[in-house]
Write a new protein. Structure first.
Length: 163
């Protein structure tokens, strides 16, 4: 995502991560390792704090008991192995990469909540332009966790396209 076409549209936190990945990658790795320890030692408190920082649309979803269990499991999995998975995700999101967006054997499905405070709406629109033959759905009054409440619709779209 760091290419000149998309760098200006990254959220500010990703711009900082991109800067540190470019000039101080060991600091980024250390940060995610420390964050991993914190999350794994205080997972429920960390998830609760995270939910409190979410948009109202996401809080409504995240505060449902069955979804909280999914969010906790996802956080644990994401921050295993001393945070290396999150570190490499951050590297992938902020490094310049040369991708041929059109050369792929599968369709890209982009579902984005209008009130997502993790990724700006601009990001979804850029991905939709970059990935030719992609499917973009912008869901009003939903946030970053829209995939939890729209799971069936997302799966149905993919299944219908493959039929």
């Amino acid at each position: 995502m760091k290419g000149k076409n998309t760098k200006k549209d990254l959220p500010i936190n990703w711009k900082f991560i991109g800067f540190f990945n470019s000039y101080f990658p060991l600091m980024t790795k250390y940060y995610f390792k420390k964050l991993s320890k914190k999350i794994n030692h205080h997972i429920e408190t960390t998830v609760k704090d995270s939910i409190n920082k979410m948009t109202e649309a996401d809080q409504l979803v995240a505060n449902q008991r069955n979804f909280q269990e999914v969010i906790i499991k996802a956080a644990v999995e994401a921050y295993q192995n001393n945070g290396l998975a999150v570190y490499y995700d951050a590297m992938a999101m902020t490094e310049k990469v040369s991708l041929n967006y059109a050369a792929r054997p599968y369709k890209i499905y982009i579902w984005h909540g209008e009130k997502d405070n993790v990724w700006p709406l601009k990001t979804a629109k850029i991905l939709n332009k970059l990935y030719t033959d992609s499917s973009l759905h912008i869901i009003e009054n939903k946030g970053h966790l829209l995939y939890l409440s729209y799971f069936e619709e997302i799966v149905t779209e993919i299944e219908n396209d493959q039929a």
